[in-house]
Design a protein around this ligand. Structure first.
Ligand code: SF4
Length: 424
């Protein structure tokens, strides 16, 4: 039920253009809350952003990466929409990509210039050719492509759209989700949603009976894959166990409770605000920076501890996910960057500094070497810098250096200092 100011104890949020309208009821179909994985992740990113998009229905600006991903998905859908070989040729697949691409202008797709759109168009063609070549030998008609279904569960009407489902007999399914963005570490949460919902979906059993003449009492997801199209890499996840699915579902129900309870506090942060189209409406975003408004600075007293615990858990999970992505990107930069060099992207510059250091595996073995060559005193202290000083001393006998190096591992610490380019 909708709560007014008196019930929540908090004033209605203010936008830059005055008080924001009270939240209308969330989208319900026959008493069920319409839900999906993207709704889950958007609410977890920022509940207020969720409200702007799904409750107030304020349209976002088009995003070029969605347009690009959608055209590649369309081309792959075209490729796999055959009941039996032969499959379309690569030229026909590229034509399907072109058709989808040309449905909108570069501005409608979210590009700032025609040139950027043209570059991505060429990139898409190359990507599809590489995909086709890589998979040509194992092309097989899948069970379902772009399968969309809505399943009722726990007061929710949950929609999943699976890019590709293959049938492995005995009610077992393999689900593939195509990714066209950066090759970051994938978290299995989206796949948990496929598993939970697909296994409850009665239509899948009917479709198995129609397509394969097999009557199955249950459907089970045996494996799930993220397929990163730009690199042709697969990330395979085994079927999640009941504990994992249970924890994930608690997370879903927590978010659904927040939506039903009209809890739409802003959770500002550099990352989510950067790509948010609702900054001008948002009371938590002032002067180009995320900024928690005073009304939000003291939420704890007004909220139940259980809700705070859930929120803390969700934020921690997001933080772990972002940290994993950050580490992966930093490793990518460290692998190719030169020490002391500065690199420039569209919006940021980065100066990369590499520091080499030694680590010693076995303290006792190091002491033995130092004693053997009468170097113990030279080390002064048995700290890392003391031993490194001995190792790097030009007067160290070659034999002693060799033995110390046998105990040493050379590590490289990389420091990346980024700065936003002015005007971006
Ligand atoms: S600007 Fe930031 S805090 Fe405001 S709605 Fe967008 S993501 Fe949330």
């Amino acid at each position: 039920m909708k709560k007014n100011k008196a019930e929540t104890g908090r004033p209605a949020p203010e936008g830059l253009f005055g008080p924001l309208p009270a939240a209308p009821a969330p989208a319900e179909k026959g008493g069920l809350l319409a839900f999906s994985y993207s709704k889950l992740s958007l609410y977890e990113e920022c509940p207020l952003k969720y409200k702007f998009k799904y409750i107030d229905k304020i349209k976002e600006e088009p995003k070029y990466y969605f347009a690009f991903g959608s055209a590649v998905h369309k081309a792959l859908e075209f490729l796999y929409s055959v009941k039996a070989p032969p499959f379309p040729s690569i030229e026909e697949v590229c034509e399907a990509f072109r058709r989808e691409w040309n449905l909108k202008s570069y501005l409608e797709k979210g590009y700032r210039t025609q040139q950027r759109a043209d570059d991505d168009y060429q990139k898409g063609l190359l990507m599809l050719r590489a995909y086709y070549e890589h998979n040509r030998a194992r092309l097989a008609p899948p069970f379902l492509v772009e399968y969309s279904t809505d399943v009722e569960v726990d007061g929710l009407l949950v929609r999943i759209i699976a890019d590709k489902i293959e049938y492995q007999g005995g009610g077992r399914l393999l689900v593939t989700d195509y990714k066209t963005g950066k090759d970051v570490k994938r978290q299995p949460a989206q796949l948990y949603m496929y598993q939970k919902i697909a296994e409850l979906d009665p239509r899948l059993k009917e479709k198995i009976a129609e397509n394969y003449g097999e009557r199955v009492s249950e459907v089970r997801i045996s494996r799930m894959l993220y397929y990163h199209v730009p690199s042709n890499k697969e990330y395979s996840f085994d079927r999640a166990d009941d504990r994992e699915i249970g924890a994930f579902w608690e997370r879903v129900l927590g978010v659904a409770e927040g939506i039903r309870g009209l809890k739409f506090e802003a959770t500002p942060g550099e990352l989510q605000c950067k790509w948010c189209d609702y900054k001008a409406l948002c009371p938590a975003f002032f002067g180009g920076h995320p900024h928690p408004p005073a009304a939000q600075a003291v939420p704890a007293a007004a909220e139940r501890i259980e809700a705070l615990v859930d929120r803390y858990g969700r934020l921690k999970e997001r933080m772990d996910e972002l940290q994993a992505q950050l580490d992966e990107v930093a490793r990518g930069i460290a692998g190719t960057a030169r020490d002391g060099a500065e690199y420039s992207g569209d919006s940021f510059t980065a100066r990369v500094t590499k520091n080499h250091k030694w680590e010693f595996k076995d303290r006792e073995a190091v002491i033995n070497v130092l004693n053997q060559f009468d170097l113990y005193q030279k080390a002064l202290t048995l700290t890392l810098s003391g031993i490194t000083g001995v190792l790097e001393s030009p007067s160290l006998p070659e034999e002693a250096r060799k033995k110390l190096l046998e105990q040493a591992v050379r590590k490289t610490a990389v420091d990346i200092k980024v700065a936003r380019k002015p005007g971006t």
